[in-house]
Design a protein around this ligand. Structure first.
Ligand SMILES: [Fe+2]
Ligand SMILES: [Fe+2]
Length: 315
């Protein structure tokens, strides 16, 4: 369970104090200021919906004053994400093919390609610490969407998630495979262990997934995000395996990525053809948000990649 981190500004300071003491009456919800302060605060409030925070009363998950802060932060994040989105592209015919084409044509910086050929072991460890925020709760954010979907995409998402959750075997849970890889590399596999070091781009990437999952009205964005995530996973995971192997790093972490080379080649088909397309067919009003979620996934990953590559002085 994540322990409360150091604040990154006045809002997180106030919210962390409220979480710590359970006294929430004096919270000032109007203060959404510095993006990093806001992102850490939203991450912590969302964590109350997942595994909770060490020493924090579980009942605070639905405490109205904290929900009001979460709502203000979610609105702020959503409007930022929407401002970055170019809108639904013009396409003829099949929405599934159009989604695949948009994802295929997207050309952003690739961390996996850098890991495959050039990264140092320290850079790979830094990347994995950043990734741990998501992979230790891998697939959890989109699970919130399951009961919110019509029958056909609900069945398909449950099928996909069954795989992500280890198909009945706790030792095969993807989050568990990643934790095993971290431990083998000498990293701390405890949830939230690297929250303090997570940069804004990583916090925002994670917050967006929770935003889409936790709001029923955004179910289109939740599955659109999933589609883009799965459809950009198989080849990069192959590159991660090769990079880890090149550096002689933990076979356990290689096994985590190896698992995704095959699995995500199947998952991308399920996500696009059996989840997104049938959702749009059953509920056409969700289509713009499917595209919005898919674009946001790609764009947020570009921001994480740009941040790390710049930090490492890679052009
Ligand atoms: Fe996975
Ligand atoms: Fe997957």
């Amino acid at each position: 369970m994540t322990t409360l981190p150091k604040p990154r500004g006045p809002l997180s300071e106030e919210v962390i104090a409220a979480l710590d003491t359970g006294r929430v009456d004096s919270l000032d919800v109007a203060r959404v200021g510095d993006p990093e302060d806001a992102a850490l605060t939203l991450w912590l409030l969302d964590e109350l919906c997942y595994r909770g925070l060490a020493g924090v009363d579980d009942r605070l998950e639905h405490e109205p004053a904290l929900v009001a802060v979460r709502r203000a932060l979610e609105d702020d994040l959503e409007s930022r994400l929407r401002a970055r989105w170019p809108g639904v592209p013009a396409y003829d015919g099949d929405v599934a093919e159009a989604l695949f084409a948009m994802i295929e044509e997207h050309d952003g910086p690739s961390l996996a390609r850098y890991v495959q050929t050039e990264a140092t072991a320290d850079q790979v460890l830094e990347l994995l610490r950043c990734r741990s925020l998501y992979h230790l709760k891998e697939s959890d954010p989109v699970s919130w969407a399951i009961p919110r979907l019509p029958v056909a995409p609900r069945a398909a998402l449950a099928e996909l998630q069954y795989d992500e959750y280890g198909a009945g075997r706790p030792d095969r849970l993807h989050a568990r495979l990643f934790a095993d890889g971290m431990a083998a590399l000498g990293l701390d596999p405890a949830e939230g262990a690297y929250l303090e070091q997570a940069p804004l781009a990583v916090l925002e990437q994670n917050n967006a997934m929770s935003l889409f999952g936790l709001n029923r009205r955004l179910r289109g964005a939740a599955v659109g995000h999933l589609a883009a995530f799965e459809a950009t996973s198989s080849l990069p995971c192959r590159r991660m395996v090769q990079g880890l192997d090149r550096l002689g790093m933990a076979p356990e972490m290689q096994a985590y990525y190896e698992e995704h080379v095959q699995a995500d080649a199947v998952h991308e088909q399920l996500a696009v053809r059996a989840i997104c397309a049938p959702l749009i067919e059953a509920e056409p009003q969700t289509e713009p948000d499917v595209w919005f979620g898919a674009f946001s996934c790609l764009d947020l990953e570009d921001r994480v990649a740009s941040y790390l590559l710049q930090r490492w002085d890679v052009a």
